[in-house]
Design a protein around this ligand. Structure first.
Ligand SMILES: [Zn+2]
Length: 82
């Protein structure tokens, strides 16, 4: 994952919302966010909503929360592509 590749970061965030994100991928996202204000604000918002990079073993997200978060990531991805 290249630093500065916002679309890849957002895709990983979306993958997280569909299941579990590997710890190494969490690290890559956090590293990217240190250098990228736009992704940092996305992650900050999602972390507040869904607890990005939660500790293993925590309860699954309620579907409604997951769906909402996934929608916002999808929207951001569409904006990045356009
Ligand atoms: Zn970014």
């Amino acid at each position: 994952m290249k630093a500065g590749d916002c679309a890849a970061i957002l895709a990983h965030i979306s993958a997280y919302l569909d299941g579990e994100l590997e710890a190494t991928e969490c690290d890559a996202i956090e590293r990217h966010c240190r250098e990228c204000d736009s992704c940092a604000s996305v992650v900050a918002g999602l972390r507040h909503t869904v607890g990005l990079c939660r500790e293993a073993g925590s309860a699954p997200l309620p579907d409604v929360v997951r769906a909402k978060a996934r929608e916002s990531v999808k929207k951001l991805l569409a904006e990045k592509k356009s």
